[in-house]
Design a protein around this ligand. Structure first.
Ligand code: ADP
Ligand code: MG
Length: 360
């Protein structure tokens, strides 16, 4: 393309909120044959809302306690929890208050523990949990210690408890078996929600480092107490963007740190094929995942919004930062979309296609 043509393309882009960082980027964009979308904040609004709080039944969790536990999957029914919650008239009773001699917390207890642990986290999943607790009028203590475990969750010291909120990996790494909650998590995840486990152990036990060969950790007696779930809304134009890209012959993929089921449920809603979903990708592995996609000669455009996405944007043939993306993402990007609209990804590619065709 002539300098004049790329100039025209770049200007048309700018007028449409599509900022190419240079004429070479505009030219390169026409060669994109694969678009890889980050999920959270890119295909979805990234504004999570707390949707479910479930207290797990401590009694039926034990391995030796078979029969009945197997039937209800180790769950305290939500109805019985509601009854117990109403008996306990003060919603701000200390979290250590267990139900009449039983080793089970109420839903409010579970939410209070989770929200207290998440107070120090800026993760959208965490903020939704804290807001949910505030809406229910729960008073939250200040944790004595707090640690972010990237791609897994958080770990906080709350009174005499060490509280964990996060995914299956976080619990396994702390020696807590998540299997009694698996059915519940899968149900929530199939609804497209992100389900998180809530566990606690006496403070000072468990070092977060796997002791055994299989990655598990057995140096503490932690206890799984509940499950909380957040849901995010898919952006209105996400599906249209995927359709238009497919019509151009562009392969559309999705990459996320979120689990396989939630990822597939979101993918299905926007029209991305299940085999094109890369889920449970750790933040530091996102760029490798993009490199792997490009390894067979594909020219990928990676579209993302977060700090997590910056290395992947840099590796991609074209890195695109979307909307209210973080500064780090924008700095790593070749293209910045001013609006928060996935259809502008299509616009960027169309502008490049049109500009380059004109000169041929
Ligand atoms: P994404 O790539 O979708 O933005 P992350 O890499 O930040 O996701 O996190 C991956 C997974 O780790 C989440 O889906 C969640 O299960 C867990 N996780 C991360 N941060 C938190 C947190 N603060 N609280 C609970 N769970 C978390
Ligand atoms: Mg994101």
């Amino acid at each position: 393309a002539t300098p004049a043509a790329t100039m025209v393309g770049t200007t048309i882009g700018a007028k449409n909120g599509v900022l190419f960082t240079g004429g070479d980027i505009l030219e390169r964009t026409k060669d994109v044959d694969t678009v890889v979308f980050d999920k959270t904040g890119t295909l979805t609004e990234g504004e999570m809302e707390l949707t479910d709080v479930i207290a797990l039944d401590g009694e039926s969790r034990s391995v030796t306690d078979g029969g009945e536990a197997a039937v209800d999957g180790g769950l305290a029914s939500e109805t019985s929890n509601a009854n117990e919650a109403s008996e306990e008239s003060d919603p701000n009773a200390p979290s250590a208050d267990r139900v009449a001699g039983e080793d089970r917390l109420t839903e409010d207890d579970v939410l209070r523990l989770a929200a207290t642990a998440e107070r120090g986290s800026e993760h959208p999943l965490a903020q939704a949990i804290v807001e949910g607790a505030n809406e229910r009028g729960l008073e939250l203590a200040e944790p004595d210690a707090f640690e972010n475990v990237p791609g897994q969750g958080v770990r906080a010291t709350v009174g005499s408890d060490e509280v964990l909120v996060g995914n299956r990996t976080l619990l396994r790494n702390n020696g807590i078996d998540p299997s009694s909650a698996v059915e519940t998590m899968e149900r929530l995840e199939n609804e497209g929600k992100t389900a998180m486990l809530v566990a606690r152990m006496p403070a000072g036990t468990g070092d977060g480092k796997p002791e055994n060969n299989d990655g598990s950790d057995t140096d503490n007696d932690g206890e799984l107490v509940g499950v909380v779930a957040d849901a995010d809304t898919v952006k209105d134009s996400a599906r249209a963007a995927v359709t238009e890209l497919s019509e151009r012959g562009t392969e559309v993929m999705m990459i996320t740190g979120d689990n396989e089921r939630t990822a597939r449920s979101v993918a299905e809603r926007v029209g991305i094929k299940p085999e094109n979903v890369r889920a449970e990708v750790l933040p530091e592995d996102k760029s490798d995942a993009v490199a792997a996609i490009q390894a067979d000669g594909r020219q990928a455009m990676m579209v993302g919004d977060g700090v997590n996405d910056a290395p992947a944007l840099a590796v991609a043939h074209v890195g695109t930062a979307i909307g209210s993306g973080t500064d780090v993402a924008i700095e790593a990007a070749d293209v910045t979309l001013m609006r928060d609209d996935p259809l502008d990804v299509v616009k960027a590619i169309r502008i490049s296609d049109a500009t380059i065709q004109k000169i041929k």
